[in-house]
Write a protein that binds this ligand. Structure first.
Ligand code: MG
Length: 257
């Protein structure tokens, strides 16, 4: 069942995703050579708890940390480690929290110092794929409109979308229906309706789409050891288009539409 949220619930989710996004950006600002992903995990958890929120991932199906930190060929669900980040690495940071009974969820990939031109392009294409997917969100449209926009942008740039992991509905549960694949056809899939909230999260591999799972049973990495990037925002469906929760500008344009 797809849960549609009332305007009041969306306002709560806007606040909670704003806090989530602020924390994620603060964590991203602390990424540099020599920092460990355990350091970043501790920072994310402290910022959430100081703000009266609870980290969403810690203990979720046994996940041991507050932050998913996936380095280089790790795609998603990387467990924070004590190994320092190095110049030229990329790290995907995925963070969620719960506050006032609702979940926030977002992710971004950052470069550690200088990276190659192709790595920079991978980050840009993944971020742009998220933006294009979000731009397809409109009440009356279909889920496949989002998926196809993401896939088209990624593949036209010579990269691959991961199939094994998908975006999701979000609200009083971290993962609600529907699933939001990063591949599909326009006009297909569930109807987008006012009040649905979707976590859109392209996971993009520089090489092939194939995925391997580490022995820790969490860390997913590319089978061909190519780099992978991940960007995510939680977005409400409205009859005026997308409302990126926690994004003040998005809120403003929605109000003015
Ligand atoms: Mg998510």
């Amino acid at each position: 069942m797809i849960v549609r949220k009332s305007q009041t619930e969306l306002e709560v989710m806007d606040r909670c995703n704003r806090l989530n996004w602020q924390i994620l950006q603060e964590v991203a600002r602390n990424v540099h050579a020599g920092v460990t992903t355990c350091d970043l995990d501790r920072l994310a958890e402290k910022l959430a708890r100081d703000a009266g929120a609870r980290p969403a991932f810690k203990g979720y199906r046994g996940f041991p940390a507050s932050l998913c930190a996936s380095v280089n060929d790790e795609i998603v669900h990387g467990i924070p480690k004590d190994r320092p980040l190095r110049e030229g690495d990329i790290v995907s940071l995925d963070f969620g929290l719960i506050k006032e009974g609702y979940y926030g969820d977002a992710a971004l990939t950052v470069a550690v110092g200088n990276v190659s031109e192709n790595t920079e392009r991978l980050l840009q294409v993944t971020q742009e794929a998220l933006k294009r997917g979000i731009s397809a969100i409109l009440a009356g449209g279909h889920l496949g409109d989002i998926s196809s926009k993401v896939q088209e942008h990624v593949e036209s740039n010579g990269f691959s979308v991961v199939r094994e992991f998908v975006g999701h509905g979000i609200g009083t549960d971290l993962h609600e229906e529907p699933q939001v694949p990063n591949y599909g056809s326009p006009g297909q899939g569930p109807l987008l309706e006012q009040g649905m909230v979707l976590a859109i999260e392209p996971m993009v591999n520089a090489g092939g789409a194939q995925v391997m799972l580490d022995d820790d049973r969490w860390t997913a990495r590319t089978a061909d050891q190519s780099l992978s990037a991940h960007f995510e925002r939680s977005v409400a469906v409205t009859s005026n288009g997308p409302w990126i929760l926690g994004e003040p500008e998005s809120n403003k344009s929605r109000a003015g539409a």
